[in-house]
Write a protein that binds this ligand. Structure first.
Ligand code: FES
Length: 116
């Protein structure tokens, strides 16, 4: 059985919050809690330092790639100089169709959220 890691009080996970818990980035996207593995598929940034955009996607703090937190797939590739490299955006989106971010299982007990 997978080990459970305490994330914290559910009340602290307001919409738009993202935090780290073990190997997961746990957050609240449009009032839905999520847990995805926290290393960006691009260059490994910690997605627990990311943000939630207006579409509810998790945005990487380094180069702005966006992830659908339900599927773990990249919906927009890295920005900045990386966006100028032909095929990179589509390549990473394709990569995460095959290798999406892992998703953790969230459990709530007595107002506290755990991930495993
Ligand atoms: S490390 Fe995440 S977009 Fe570059």
């Amino acid at each position: 059985m997978a080990r459970e890691i305490e994330v914290g009080p559910e009340a602290d996970l307001a919409p738009g919050v993202v935090r780290g818990a073990g190997r997961y980035a746990v957050g609240n996207s449009a009032d839905e809690l999520f847990a995805v593995t926290r290393r960006c598929r691009h260059l490994g940034a910690d997605l627990a330092d990311g943000s939630i955009d207006g579409e509810g996607c998790l945005v990487c703090p380094w180069h702005g790639a966006k992830y659908d937190v339900a599927s773990g797939r990249m919906t927009r590739g890295p920005r900045g100089v990386f966006a100028k490299i032909p095929g990179m955006d589509a390549g990473y989106r394709l990569l995460t169709r095959v290798l999406p971010l892992g998703r953790g299982v969230l459990v709530k007990r007595d107002g506290t959220v755990f991930v495993r």
